[in-house]
Write a protein that binds this ligand. Sequence first.
Ligand SMILES: [Fe+2]
Ligand SMILES: [Fe+2]
Length: 213
Amino acid sequence: MKTAAKTDKTNANKNMETRQDEQNGQSGTVEPFKTSYLQKFFIEQLKDIYYAEKQLINGLEQMKQAVSTEELQDAFEEHKKQTERHVKRLEQVFKLIKQTPEVKQCEAIDGLLKEAGVIINETEEGTYTRDAALIIAAQKVEHYEIASYGGLVQLAITMNMNRVAEILDKTLQEEEDTDRQLTDIAESYINVEAEHEHGYSWESQEEPSKASR
Ligand SMILES: [Fe+2]
Ligand SMILES: [Fe+2]
């Protein structure tokens, strides 16, 4: 019995050493994502935001075409270009962690972009009301991105992937800047102008029962 227990202990130590070796390998060049569920979750989240960023390129173009204030059109155009860079950065991250870039459908971003589409359908072209509403729709998207990148940066730091954290943090900063810029545009005049818009009523295209669900 004693001998068996000793053997078990020795095996357990060996297993631990093997695990330690694997973990050491993770920070080097060997199979970076082999054992941890957190790392798997990290990759899933990367795929989610990769999908979201790709969808946003079209979404921002649609919003840009729908608004009439020049400053807001420029802001959407600028952020669309930034979003293209965000896609490239994510591909860089996938490469760093030796994963093929893949998308995973993100229902949250699909829903947020659908809401922006509803605003476009329900508001009159050329009104400040539409611009004010689309700023809020775009900010909802920014907040989703901020939450996603904020979480990914923290996880990357926890898992000692400092270069990955640095790249994702660059995007995080840009999302936060965009959010602030949209607030400034809304507050500088669009919201006030929208409040003074008369002779215009919001045309809800949804059935009341559906809208209240
Ligand atoms: Fe982005
Ligand atoms: Fe964004």
